[in-house]
Design a binder for this molecule. Structure first.
Ligand SMILES: Cc1cc2nc3c(=O)[nH]c(=O)nc-3n(C[C@H](O)[C@H](O)[C@H](O)COP(=O)(O)O)c2cc1C
Length: 414
């Protein structure tokens, strides 16, 4: 019987264990988690979401304080169009996080950066270019273009000396999205090095509408692989979303996938960026605690625990400190929802906002518990301790369970 370890992901001459830990925004897929994946011969991701605040927490910088000081005068103004990121600071925070992570890398694996186009930062093109260029300059092994269509992102990197040497991949959720990307991108004369096909059971934002349950990863993966074969395009395909056991992964590899991208199983690893009390919420979750809803102001459906503190929270928009979702005109749909509730309840000190959430502040503070569909199975991957809590795992344990297990078995920790 085959297992994941019988397969290898090949990039030219380089051979990797075909397990990629997906990017998980605002430092959930931490440097420590990505370093473990690389040490064990696979691929890990760090995320480029909100790097100035991540850098402040990790490297003792004060990017957020500097921005807030500059824009404090605007806190009570609902027009946020004047709040701009300092591109030098965006570059510096990316350089810090990427270079410090890459310096610590050991082993034969790789570390990629998950880059979300939907973080429009009130200047979508300028900020994205700085993030991409700085990551390449700081030595990242590869970049995975996520959340957004990224039709112009390759062109943005074209003039960078590492454009052809770094691995560049895209995440798509349909064959149509892939075709659109390839058509728009043909001018750059550079194909993606890998394609992550993310199905509807993934965590984070989904590339589907609220009819997500009508799609399935296996079908989309097969469609993408058949298309690439017909076009004679030899690009590794990496399915993601709901691959929970080593046997699930092996099934995709036997089908012709080059690797798998997984995330949910690692949310309860000690190297993951989620605080311990939040990890216990993930362990405890039952299927009915998980929903896909429309509270993210990005406009994409997002999967999360229903009792995330972010849902219903009516905090003042945090754009003067953060402002990552502000579009090219300085707008974010949470600001409109918040203003509506304030106008409806003029005498209340604290309003509640249910239709949208302040994504920046809540993701930054781990109050929005985004998760994969199979989060309710995490309790079966560990031991329940005498005090009723669940034993947190090591990333190595979870990685090796994917790599070596057979028969749909999940190895419990020592
Ligand atoms: C907590 C969490 C946060 C995530 N955040 C992001 C993200 O910021 N960007 C992204 O492209 N994908 C994100 N994802 C999706 C994962 O990278 C991955 O593709 C997917 O969850 C794999 O499915 P699985 O969780 O069922 O293994 C997130 C997933 C989880 C569980």
């Amino acid at each position: 019987m085959k297992r994941v370890d019988d397969f290898r992901l090949r990039f030219g001459k380089q051979e990797l264990v075909p397990i990629m830990i997906g990017g998980m925004g605002v430092d959930i897929s931490s440097a420590e988690l990505s370093l473990e994946a690389a040490r064990l011969g696979g691929i890990g991701h760090i995320s480029d979401a909100m790097l100035p605040t991540v850098a402040d927490r990790r490297y003792d910088t004060d990017f957020v304080k500097t921005k807030l000081t500059q824009y404090k005068y605007n806190l009570d103004n609902s027009d946020k169009s004047g709040i701009k990121f300092d591109l030098g600071q965006v570059a510096e925070s990316t350089r810090l996080h990427v270079s410090k992570t890459m310096e610590a890398k050991r082993g034969s694996g790789m570390i990629f950066l998950n880059v979300m186009e939907k973080l429009t930062m009130n200047a979508p093109k300028e900020t994205l270019k700085v993030r991409l260029d700085s990551a390449l300059s700081a030595g990242i092994d590869g970049i995975t273009l996520a959340a957004g269509l990224h039709l112009g992102s390759f062109a943005m990197m074209e003039d960078h000396p590492r454009f052809r040497d770094a691995k560049l991949g895209i995440i798509v959720s349909s064959l149509r999205a892939l075709q659109l990307f390839l058509r728009k991108n043909s001018r750059s004369n550079r194909l993606p090095d890998y394609i992550v096909v993310e199905g509807p059971l993934a965590g984070g934002h989904l590339g589907f509408g609220m009819d997500w349950a009508e799609y399935d990863l296996r079908t989309i993966t097969q469609e993408v692989m058949a298309y690439l074969k017909a076009e004679k395009l030899d690009i590794p395909v990496i399915p993601a979303g709901g691959i929970f056991t080593g046997s699930d992964a092996t099934g995709f590899l036997e089908m012709g996938a080059a690797a798998v991208q997984v995330a949910t199983r690692f949310t309860v690893a000690k190297e993951c960026g989620l605080p311990g009390d939040v990890q216990q919420e993930y362990f405890k979750a039952s299927e009915s605690d998980i929903e896909v809803n429309g509270v993210s102001p990005t406009g994409y459906p997002m999967r999360m625990l229903k009792h995330s503190p972010a849902i219903g929270s009516g905090i003042r928009p945090g754009c003067e400190s953060y402002g990552y979702i502000l579009d090219a005109n300085g707008k974010c749909s949470y600001i409109d929802s918040y203003n509506r509730e304030v106008a409806l309840h003029p005498d209340e000190k604290k309003v509640q906002v249910f239709d949208k959430t302040c994504l920046c502040t809540h993701m930054r503070n781990f109050k929005l518990w985004t998760c994969g569909h199979y989060t309710y199975r995490l309790k079966d991957t560990t031991h329940k301790l005498a005090d009723g809590s669940y034993q947190v795992l090591s990333a190595e344990h979870v990685f090796k369970d994917y790599q070596f297990s057979t028969d749909n078995k999940i190895a419990l920790p020592e």
